[in-house]
Ligand binder design. Sequence first.
Ligand code: PBG
Length: 326
Amino acid sequence: MPAPDFPDLRLRRLRRTPALRALTRETRLGPEKLLCPLFVRPGTGVREPIASMPGQFRLSVDTLVSDAREIADLGIGGLVLFGLPEAKDARGSGAWAADGIVQRAAAALKDAGSPLVVVADVCLCEYTDHGHCGVVENGDVANDATLELLARTAVSLARAGVDVVAPSAMMDGQVAAIRRALDADSRPEIPILAYAAKYASAFYGPFREAADSAPRSGDRRGYQMDPPNAREALREMAADLAEGADMLMVKPALPYLDVLRRAREELAAPLAAYHVSGEYSMVAAAAERGWIDRQAVALESLTSIARAGADVVITYFAREAAAWLT
Ligand code: PBG
């Protein structure tokens, strides 16, 4: 029997009513699959709007803890923390300070008994005065000299109470260096979410304003991936798995859904995708002008990311999406 053809085949039959559509829907996004990025800064009672990301804020530790309660009540899976330190220096020492800003936020969340999975970004760009993701030697970001600092940062964050560390500096060998350091600190249970396929993307623009982390000179193309490459992403992901990564990330999300899909087909590891600042702000700006529907476009975007193969979606829409989805 050949497969039926029109007029026997009528795909519209299953689209006729909302109930039929719900019954045959292939992808369902739940709030528990979302991670909500938050920016933490010094002070108390602070909720400072981020101009480049309308609806997002830089929070002091106390405000963050109270927001985290609402985020947990919405059923969201967890947080990804980014820090704005009091001071910056050439090596980014604020990243691994025992009383660093993210360390304090993580400790406060644990003290408050937050049920959220607390993920911390492990990178130096928010903490270096030059804005690069590692130490600069002879005008270049020195890979091997940076590894030790990233490892120190991951250990410090784990000691503070972070549940998952997420290295995003795109240094070769960073996952192995962090795994060894965590194990040596008797923390074999801490998983690594590797920003494995992280592209040198213009979509990070609004984040760099939010986190004050733009490089003062040059760019990140010498360490983040070249956007035209997809096969290379699979090599990055295989390398990170071999180094001990527990979960892998593709970032940004929508412009790289092909990479996400290929990873889903070839790898068994859990996959995260980061719907980044520029992706968020484009929707926010167009919706402000009345050109698109914020809720519909956000949900369609996030569902597409899940459909392409993401198990976990990191998004600035997490709170709104969780409310819309339940
Ligand atoms: C740190 C880091 C960046 C983002 C996440 N971690 C900035 C960058 O690499 O320049 C971007 C996230 C976003 O745009 O939402 N290296």
